[in-house]
Design a protein around this ligand. Structure first.
Ligand code: 2IT
Length: 449
């Protein structure tokens, strides 16, 4: 890894002194700052205008109490968050995560990543993120509904189609978006495109559920194409088993690849025959069950289950980490390389630890950052917003074509920016530089905001 530019090092140091406990946020900023030194050197105005100090500080943060009642009548209290990170390019845009692991530092990291990712899509989208430490595991539909209504009751005055447009993330899918939307509509007395990931019959876009996974497969295809190759006949390791992993499994299989693993908090399953057809459909059944485990898959299809293990020791050509931040450590990265993996496509947000990233970047394999290869989810959300504001709906084919074009463009943008910075083939440098320049220039255009 290159050493940071002095201005980047200085801002990172102040940030570390100010928020020493926000480790994933500092990790995300560090990764970006290591890439953009060359730009900061070339454009002294960024330092003069204190762009780095401004870009790492969220524009606004809301934290609120979310009380709700379970099926036995007991009251629970969770914490809700919404970080409006940057609105230079458009309304705050980014998902809501319901998971017991979250805290403000996690949402700042996700909001910062989202800001640069959304810039890469080329659509008018700022960056934001939010959610709650609510754990949906084993909760009934009624409890989920009750929680979502309470969450939205506190959040609704702060969001809107031109202000902040949340969507789903881990623990928030079509069902939760439905409950959140219904409550917003009731409180606001307005039917408007305030959330994305809506149902197809009430303002949703075709392909939003599939978009993140499909886009990652399209991005992988572009990466492999640079070496005259494709996903056809590749053995593919996937982590996670939720919406994103489902989209990857579906599209990779369509493109001729064979997905052989899925994982959950309980371990991973290895299905050497390939996860296709009804097995892919079963992923949706697992998600709906709210059990948060993949062992059920192993029982259903009689394949090996490896408790408390991750899938990165399985031999594969391409790996798609689709679970959560820091799910892949240095040993995992070395295992992948040892077993012949030659392409790692990040689909979760920041799935590799700093050490794992260094190992993969030093190797000669193809390796893309989530902010580029998982951008199709939010890009499809941007297309949903466009359809809502023009009160029309595009066909599945139209949306798919636009998404694929966006992913091909992001791929090209990353490679071009990397080459210009003297780091040919480094998708991380390319994505960080291209995203940063767009946001920084807009901030400069807007004056001291
Ligand atoms: O991480 C992500 O890009 C998302 N969870 C999707 C955000 C969105 O607004 O669709």
């Amino acid at each position: 890894m290159n050493s940071p530019h002095p201005y980047c090092a200085q801002v990172l140091q102040s940030l570390t002194d100010k928020y020493p406990w926000e480790k994933p946020f500092l990790q995300a900023v560090n990764e970006v700052f290591l890439s953009i030194g060359v730009i900061v050197e070339k454009e002294p105005i960024f330092k003069h205008e204190r762009i780095l100090e401004r870009i790492v500080e969220p524009e606004r943060i809301f934290i609120f109490r979310v009380p709700w009642r379970d099926d036995d009548g007991n009251i629970h209290v969770n914490t809700g968050y919404r970080v409006g990170f940057n609105s230079a390019l458009g309304p705050y845009k980014g998902g809501l995560r319901f998971h017991s692991s979250v805290n403000l530092g996690i949402f700042k990291f996700l909001g910062f990543e989202q800001t640069l990712k959304n810039a890469l899509t080329g659509l008018p989208l700022g960056g934001g993120k939010g959610g709650s430490d609510f754990n949906p595991r084993n909760r009934s539909d009624r409890e989920i509904e009750n929680f979502c209504q309470s969450f939205m009751t506190s959040l609704y005055p702060h969001i809107g189609p031109n202000t902040d447009v949340p969507a789903g993330d881990i623990g928030v899918g079509a069902r939760e978006i439905g409950f959140l939307f219904g409550q917003y509509k009731r409180l606001k007395n307005a039917w408007e495109g305030v959330l994305t990931g809506k149902g197809i019959d009430w303002g949703g876009s075709y392909l939003r559920p599939e978009a993140t996974g499909f886009g990652a497969a399209y991005f992988a295809e572009e990466m492999l194409k640079t070496q005259g190759d494709s996903l056809d006949r590749k053995t593919v390791a996937v982590s996670g088993f939720g919406n994103v992993a489902w989209g990857v499994a579906t599209k990779v299989t369509q493109m001729g690849g064979k997905v052989v693993t899925l994982s959950g908090p309980d371990g991973f399953v290895h299905d050497p025959d390939g996860i296709d057809g009804e097995k892919i459909d079963y992923m949706l059944t697992m998600r709906r069950s709210n059990h948060d485990r993949v062992e059920d898959y192993a029982q259903q299809f009689n394949v090996d289950f490896h408790p408390a293990k991750k899938p990165w020791g399985v031999a594969c050509d391409v790996a798609f980490p689709c679970a959560c931040e820091n799910e892949m450590d240095e040993d995992d990265a070395r295992d992948l390389l040892k077993n012949g993996c030659r392409c790692v496509v990040e689909v979760a947000n920041m799935p590799a630890t700093q050490e794992a990233m260094d190992v993969l970047l030093e190797s000669a394999i193809l390796y893309s950052p989530g902010k580029a290869s998982n951008a199709a989810g939010v890009a499809c959300s941007g297309l949903e917003m466009a359809q809502n504001s023009s009160k029309i709906r595009w066909t599945r084919e139209e949306v798919d074509l636009r998404l694929r074009t966006i992913m091909v463009d992001i791929h090209e943008t990353c490679l071009r920016a990397a080459a210009q910075a003297g780091h040919t083939g480094n998708y991380f440098t390319g994505a960080n530089i291209a995203g940063f320049i767009k946001v920084a220039n807009a901030m400069m255009d807007h004056g001291n905001t």
